[in-house]
Design a protein around this ligand. Structure first.
Ligand SMILES: N[C@@H](Cc1c[nH]c[nH+]1)C(=O)O
Length: 385
């Protein structure tokens, strides 16, 4: 009857409590690694941040301001942070380590149960082009997931430079179509498309070989067999070093290489990654290197970062024990002052206490069921309850 716009969700008390608990763990981990929280506005100009976000135009919520400018609801935090670093934080030296906890908006075309508004927590490491920086954000992401209580997860690591080098070497400008199949994880479609291409059977074999480039450290050697140009070799060297960095962090057991990985944001330029919980088919966090984005805001800088979807992480964690003791003091006006005093002293000890005038309740039994403990301050004198 009272429907919400497509993709909009309410958060009920239990979910709110779970989100709060998980958010706190993620924030604590990110600040433990020296990342500083920032906030940016919900609305940005379409012409600058909107376009830089590099997401499909139809996924943007657009509106007009009083001056006739087109605004967007931010579809992610990476482009707003690039704008911020290039303007208000212009004077601060690179590398910068920033973190955020914000709602982002992505319009949905159909009712597919996907939210159009969701909370992301993440970090951006800006002004550092080293593989150590890629390793740092991946290791931080793994630590944050662990701290939130997720014990079984995998992080798939790919490289945009490798995929581009291979596809463009073989099909040139038509690489986009193949990239789209990879982005959609439609490997059957990819295979069919490759078969239909007017290219040599050796090249078809190389393209199909890409689909097999998944696994551990050895994947990089297999990858080197398919492409030998400069861009491809550079990507493989970076991934090899990245694997070593992750070994140094001692987290290689959480990581696998997946050279089919193509993410939804088109600003990525290097190593990219996605994290999965064991019981969820969709990635609950992702990120990667974007070395060109800051240049669009006239403060060039190499950068990498990630975002965790709070709703999906909470889902992956499943049932959580967020049940708090819930106390209610029911009073009648004769003992009102006493009830208030008792509530104040319990609250001072950290308890959460509801005080309820008995005259305001129709169904006393129904109300009491909502609480773990109910005290009655009713009747003329103390001790009557
Ligand atoms: N902003 C990206 C995640 C990311 C942060 N930094 C780099 N990538 C997203 O919403 O998917």
């Amino acid at each position: 009857m009272f429907e919400k716009p497509l993709g909009m969700r309410d958060t009920l008390p239990e979910m709110y409590a779970m989100k709060k608990q998980v958010r706190k763990q993620l924030e604590t981990e990110m600040s433990g690694w020296g990342y500083q929280m920032i906030e940016t506005p919900t609305l940005e100009y379409y012409e600058t941040v909107g376009l830089a976000s590099a997401i499909l135009d139809q996924q943007l919520f657009k509106l007009l301001d009083q001056q006739g400018n087109t605004l967007v609801l931010r579809p992610d935090m990476t482009a707003p942070i690039a704008r911020l670093v290039a303007s208000s934080m212009k004077g601060e030296a690179y590398p910068l380590r920033l973190s955020y906890q914000s709602t982002v908006y992505r319009a949905q075309q159909h009712e597919a149960g996907k939210p159009a508004e969701f909370e992301q927590l993440g970090v951006e490491l800006i002004g550092d082009g080293t593989v150590s920086a890629d390793g740092e954000v991946i290791a931080l992401m793994a630590s944050a997931l662990k701290r939130a209580g997720l014990s079984h997860f995998k992080i798939a690591i790919g490289h945009v430079g490798y995929v581009n080098a291979l596809l463009e070497d073989i099909v040139g400008e038509r690489a986009d179509e193949l990239r789209r199949f990879l982005y959609e994880k439609n490997y059957v479609g990819f295979r069919e498309h490759v078969k239909s291409l007017p290219i040599s059977s050796i090249d078809k074999g190389r393209l199909l070989g890409l689909l097999k480039l998944r696994g551990g450290k050895g994947t990089m050697e297999e990858a080197a067999k398919l492409i030998s140009n400069e861009e491809g070799s550079k990507a493989i060297a970076e991934l090899t070093e990245l694997w070593q960095v992750l070994e140094n962090y001692g987290i290689e057991q959480y990581v696998k290489v997946d050279l089919n990985l193509v993410l939804h944001m088109s600003y990525y330029t290097g190593a990219v990654f996605e994290g999965y919980g064991s019981n969820l088919g969709v990635p609950l966090c992702s990120g990667g290197r974007y070395d060109e984005l800051l240049g669009k805001f006239e403060r060039p800088g190499q950068a990498t970062g990630f975002g965790v979807r709070l709703d999906l992480l909470v889902e992956a964690l499943g049932e959580m024990n967020t049940k708090q003791k819930k106390t209610c003091i029911v009073f009648s006006k004769e003992r009102r002052a006493e009830a208030f005093q008792e509530a104040a002293s319990m609250r001072a000890k950290g308890e959460s206490v509801v005080v309820q005038d008995i005259a305001g309740v129709g169904d006393v039994d129904g109300m009491s069921e909502q609480f773990t403990e109910v005290y009655y301050f009713i009747g003329a004198k103390k001790g009557d309850a």
